[in-house]
Structures are given as C-alpha cells and as structure tokens.
Write a protein that binds this ligand. Structure first.
Ligand SMILES: C[S@@+](CC[C@H](N)C(=O)[O-])C[C@H]1O[C@@H](n2cnc3c(N)ncnc32)[C@H](O)[C@@H]1O
Length: 431
C-alpha cells in the first residue's frame, strides 16, 4: 500500500473513529514494514495534518463547492498539509498521489473532483488570516486550536499570553527520559547513553531528567530498566511530593505508572500502591515496575472517586483524569475531542476523587493534585474548592527550584521551559 494511502487510513482512524494518533501509527508501522525515511514521512503527514487541521480547512474552504465524503475530505486535508508545510515533497507529486488514491478508492469521477480542488488550491494565493477581525478566531485559525480553548486562555492570560501558550504547543516536543535513581545515577546513565552513540544532555529542570534525541527505546538501558520515558514537567510531581525513603504512598490514578513508579524509585524501603479504574491499563503499570526492578508495590483496580483503600498513606498522588490541553504537542487530536462541557464533568470527577482519597491520608500526610492541562477550572478552581469543602485540608507550599517557585500550587505553561503544560497543587491533612 502506498505511503499516502497509509497516511489517509491513519488520519481517518484518528479523526473519524476516535483512535489515538500514537497507537494508530504504531499499529500501521508494525504491520507495514517501511524504510526509516518513509516512517518519518508518514508520521509527519499524520501528526502534522491533525495539528494543522483547522488552518487547512480554513485555507481550502473557498475551493470546495460540493458536499464531500469523509475520505475525500481527509484526502484533501493530508494533501494540503503536504503542499503548505512539506518542502521536501513537490506539490505535483503530492497531488498526483492524491488523485491516484481517489481513483482507486472511488473512481474516475472522484479522481477528477479531487484533482480540480487541489489544483485550484495550489495555483491560488493563500487566505490571509490577518483579515479575520476577531483576535480569538484569528489565533484559533493560525494555530488550529479550537476557539473555546483560545477564549479560555485569553480570559486568564490575555491574548498575548494565549498566543504564547498556543504557539509553544504548536512546536515539536523535546523528548526526556527519567533516570531510575534506584538503579543508576544520572551521570552514569549519561555516560552509557553517550557510549551507545545517543545524544543525551542533563536537564536543568529536574535532577533525574535527561534530554534525548533519536530512537531512545533502542538503548540497552531501556530494557535493563535504567530509565523511563516521561516529560520533565511530570517529573516535577516528585519534587513537590518529596518522597522519604520509607514512605507509604498511594498513586490513585496511576496508569501507566509514571508518577507512582518515580515515587517508588525514591521510597526504596517504603511501599507504593498503584491503582486505576481501568482494568486493561493495570498490566502496563506492572510491566513498567518489573522492567524498572521495583518490587515493593501493589497494583490494583480501584475507582478513586468511591472505592475504599486497604491502608492509610503518608502521601497520596492524584494525577487526575483531565482535559489534557497541556499535551497537545504529543497528542494533537486532543484539542478536537474535548468540549467546554467535558471540562465541567471532569471538574466534578476530580473533586470526587480528591474527597474520597483524602480519607486514606494519615494526619499530617501530603496530597498532591496534578493535571496535564491548562484550564483554570480543572486546576486552580479545583484546588481552592477542595480546600474550601474540606476543613481538615490545608494548602502546603512546595518548591520547584528550576522555576524559582515556592507556593501551594503552580501552573506550568509550555513556553516557560519548553515542557508540556502542567499543574501541581500540594495539600496537607491537618493534625
Ligand atoms: C493522567 S492519567 C495518569 C497518568 C499516570 N499518573 C502516569 O503518570 O503515568 C489519569 C489516569 O486516571 C485514570 N482514571 C480515570 N478515572 C479514574 C477514577 N475514577 N479512579 C481511578 N483512576 C481513574 C485513567 O485511567 C488514567 O490512567
């Protein structure tokens, strides 16, 4: 099957069938052996078209005069992405490929229609988004982030703040790994990776973090459990949590295990319970724990909003289900899946989870609430509401050295240190 046809299938599975871009692409790459270059091009076309979809639709709208079938619309979108953003693909090649696919998928009529739209588009000047009067709509079209999200950011950060967030989330993410400090120091891991020919640099955002480039999963150190792949913003949960070596900790929304296993790498003579509401995700947690050589843990099914837990904890992590607007760089489709109404439902769930799990926190115990989103309602508002509704809970200031920060909660914006957008709040149960 041709590379563009694979891209079309992947794009359709994500945009029309709710697939996750990374999983869909991994499936396709596994079942269709491709050269490294082709893998790169396929990934670029699929991620790129998803990330630029609203802008593409804005550019192509004047050229579409009939109702298109989904696959036709998708084919036009992936081709327009190549025409606008991929210099290494000549326009005629991208259009010819699209016409071939249209002929094979529909027939000569479809091929003609697609050819007409794409050639018209190619030889016409691009639409100028500066002509859009509303600043919110303009930024939405420029960055392909839905208007309700831009509007929210504008309300809380001003239009220039919203632009900085949107543009940072439109950039390519830096890949980070987290040193498994229960097995190796960061310095030794850095030497190993460099000896394997990988590009690896210590990060100054977190002492366990290393910036990497290239196919890091190929490193021997991965199977040997010397590191995990994790964005550095997620590692900051550990800095806020400050796990002691013998702490008993609960990670109540744990899958696939990132934050809880990081805590366990520090609490080497303690214990961590890792639970999640989705049965199918639990094996992932167990596999990662095994790979990392961590054993003083229990992985189990629990609905953090209502279930009971088997013990009291020194520390609890609630890395809550959230709208995920901070991780758009890695999951570009997330921006189209969420609605303002989803946020209200998420806020209710977040508060239910916090109120339930705090019953299992020891007196003077620490509770961390985190999300990977940039939304005031799910972050600051949830933190304040939780504190207000629970007399036995108080804010507990923590430090984030790299951000020169001390306070009870912190929204990390993606342009501050080229990370995902993230939020952390710390509470303590009163004595
Ligand atoms: C942001 S993810 C957690 C990521 C994880 N902490 C990590 O660092 O790898 C949120 C998790 O919450 C889980 N979840 C959603 N609703 C839940 C509930 N009611 N109780 C427990 N877990 C829940 C989801 O299955 C998902 O795995």
């Amino acid at each position: 099957m041709s590379l563009r046809k694979l891209a079309l299938d992947a794009y359709g599975r994500v945009m029309d069938e709710g697939g996750y871009s990374n999983i869909v692409l991994n499936d396709i790459i596994k079942s269709h052996p491709l050269e490294a270059n082709d893998k790169g091009l396929l990934t670029e076309i699929v991620y790129g078209t998803i990330a630029k979809r609203l802008h593409i639709q804005y550019q192509i709208r004047p050229f579409i005069r009939t109702r298109l079938k989904r696959w036709q619309r998708n084919l036009i979108e992936i081709t327009v992405y190549q025409i606008i953003w991929l210099d290494r693909v000549p326009n005629y090649a991208a259009i010819n490929e699209a016409v071939k696919i249209a002929k094979a998928s529909g027939g000569p009529k479809d091929a003609n229609a697609i050819n007409g739209i794409l050639r018209n588009f190619e030889r016409s000047p691009r639409q100028d988004a500066n002509a859009i009067k509303s600043a919110t709509k303009r930024l939405s079209i420029e960055t392909s982030i839905p208007e309700w999200i831009i509007f929210h950011w504008k309300t809380h950060h001003g239009i220039e703040g919203a632009r900085r967030i949107a543009e940072a989330l439109d950039s390519r993410p830096q890949m980070y790994i987290r040193t498994n400090t229960s097995r190796i120091t960061r310095e030794s891991l850095l030497s190993k990776l460099t000896a394997e020919g990988l590009e690896a640099t210590p990060s100054d955002i977190h002492p366990d973090a290393i910036e990497v480039d290239g196919d890091i999963l190929k490193s021997e150190g991965y199977e040997a459990g010397l590191f995990s792949i994790q964005d550095v913003s997620s590692m900051l949960v550990n800095e806020a949590l400050e796990p002691a070596v013998d702490d008993v900790i609960l990670d109540a929304c744990s899958a696939p295990g990132g934050k809880g296993l990081h805590a366990l790498e520090k609490a080497t003579s303690g214990h961590v319970d890792l639970s999640d509401v989705h049965t199918h995700k639990l094996p992932l947690v167990t596999q990662h724990a095994k790979r990392l050589g961590l054993s003083n843990l229990e992985v189990f099914l629990a609905d953090a909003a209502c279930d009971e837990y088997p013990r009291l904890y020194d520390k609890i992590i609630v890395d809550a289900p959230c709208s995920g607007l901070g991780v758009m760089r890695r999951k570009p489709e997330i921006r189209y899946e969420r609605t303002a109404e989803d946020v209200e439902a998420l806020v209710r769930l977040q508060l239910e989870i916090l109120s339930n799990v705090k019953q299992y926190l020891k007196k003077d115990g620490v509770l961390i609430y985190s999300t990977c989103t940039i939304h005031q309602m799910e972050n600051e508002n949830v933190a304040y509401t939780f504190k207000k509704e629970n007399d036995d809970i108080e804010f507990d200031p923590f430090r984030l050295k790299a951000f020169d920060f001390e306070g009870p909660y912190r929204q990390i914006l993606p342009h501050e240190a080229d990370t995902d957008g993230f939020f952390i709040a710390r509470f303590r149960k009163k004595e």
